[in-house]
Design a protein around this ligand. Structure first.
Ligand SMILES: [Fe+2]
Length: 187
């Protein structure tokens, strides 16, 4: 049994041909935001003081973060917002995990705020792979057309706010490049 939780926001920057070791690793939120902004990716750390009752529903979660949620929605011109929850110990999550483990892109932005739990994004930009391990309080926006993959780990646990332009159109377009298999998984 493996210990999965790495509960600190971490950005690892790899040469895309050198998956064995990152060129650098950054954990300060403002530095991560700077690194990612330099390649056109939005990253923010939000204040998580909002009081949420255990088991809070989507409406309560969206209400707790209302002003920031609306700001992101305005900035990106997103039409809809929802909340996706995946509880620890949910059976048969392996197919869900696998679905996003291969390199793909979308025709719209992939925008996620972690209300709870964690997950690891891998963004391929300018000959580098940016592994962004996101935890509670992190917002990441993967721009439309960006090659990336996402690993929720072997026993996924997260609650995420998601923004969409067209929810039905949000499907992965796989590149067929096996690069993701060469990089460390999130586990
Ligand atoms: Fe994706």
């Amino acid at each position: 049994m493996s210990v999965t939780t790495e509960l600190r926001t971490t950005l690892r920057v790899f040469d895309e041909n050198q998956p064995a070791a990152p060129l650098r690793e950054v954990t300060a939120g403002d530095e991560i935001a700077r690194e990612l902004a330099a390649v056109g990716v939005r990253f923010e750390r939000w204040n998580t003081d909002a009081q949420l009752a255990p088991g809070a529903d989507a409406a309560a979660i969206l209400d707790a973060y209302r002003s920031s949620v609306e700001r992101i929605q305005r900035d990106g011109g997103y039409e809809t917002v929802d909340v996706l929850q995946l509880a620890k110990g949910t059976p048969n999550t392996e197919p869900i995990r696998k679905k996003f483990l291969d390199e793909h892109s979308h025709t719209e932005d992939e925008v996620r705020f972690f209300v709870a739990g964690s997950g690891s994004f891998y963004l391929r930009l300018n000959g580098h792979v940016y592994q962004a391990i996101c935890v509670r309080g992190d917002l990441l926006s993967v721009p439309a057309g960006t090659r990336h993959w996402f690993d929720m780990g072997p026993d996924p646990e997260f609650t995420a706010i998601r923004w969409f332009n067209n929810q039905t159109g949000w499907v992965p377009q796989f590149t067929g490049d096996p690069i993701a298999a060469r990089f460390p998984r999130y586990e």
